[in-house]
Design a protein around this ligand. Sequence first.
Ligand SMILES: Cc1ncc(COP(=O)(O)O)c(C=O)c1O
Length: 343
Amino acid sequence: MNLKSCELQSPRTDLLLAEALRRLVPTDLWRYPYQQDLVDLLAEEYAVPPECVALSAGSNTALGTVVDALAVPAGRLIVQDPVFESWLHFASLRSVPVSRCRGVETEGRVPRTTVEAFEAALSSGPPGVAAITNPGNPLGDLVPIDTVRRLARVAEDNGHILVIDDCYGAFAGTEHLSLLGEHGNVLVIRSLSKSWGLAGARLAATFGSASLIDYLQRFRMDSPVSAPTLAIAAHLAGRLTELRQVWHEVAEMRDWFVDQVRVVRPSWVALPSTTNFATFLTEGPGGGDRAAAALAVRGIRVRSVEDMEGLSGCVRISMAGRDAMERVLDGLAAGEDNGAGEP
Ligand SMILES: Cc1ncc(COP(=O)(O)O)c(C=O)c1O
């Protein structure tokens, strides 16, 4: 059971996906993909002009394209840490220097997001590409839109492009797209892996000014998007009311799970999450690794995030159906991680 990758695991989504799969026809396989229908649907849904939307086979591909198209010529990438590791991977592949800004504040007992260092880095040149994930991963909390707006302004004043990885935004109801009309230097990358249940199908949308999107399109990041994926996504675009219900249920599951963990692990503290995962500060350093190892013995994969700066002792668990989460709770209640768990 994989609760490490934050996929959308919900019985209701499975029904929607099965319905979409039943509608696939041979044409979806032999004909080259035609993207405009889905682009138009997304543009309508998110109230942006179609020329401000670009598709890619997952957001991972979009991040790589942003590095190639924008960070390589600028020669500078600024990231809010913790950052999705692909940014670092693509930057290192292209020898782009990275300024990593500490985004975790640990003054209280519970780690939380701070953008102080990131904002300071944006406050000067030379111009580069700056990336922030909001809501954050693995912290799960949401930097308020007014703060993100300020970051966009500071970035613009200093010639930077601000890329907002909105991977978990659907669960948090983010408003990043409202920034597009205000700042020509903002790109918002929204993965449909987590929110639409399309991690295996591979699909993401990047939103930005028409000129930035036109420039990114020259790198052909849309070409690996398959016709079956487009057809499935177009079907789901018509079922957004149900998907919103799924996001709501996921949030309810997360809150219920956090409450149950309080019972079986009173010494653990849940970081305030707005996403489809919950991250816990365990009893202390090493506790995240031990919990992940103990659950692995029971066939449950979760992500210890101890390796990330400021997150010593933390473990991240993504949400799934009730039975799956009860299995996790049974594992935690058994206290097999080195005898450190509560009985
Ligand atoms: C913050 C963040 N960005 C991007 C991705 C990649 O998503 P995709 O499946 O769209 O490539 C992930 C996946 O885990 C993620 O957590």
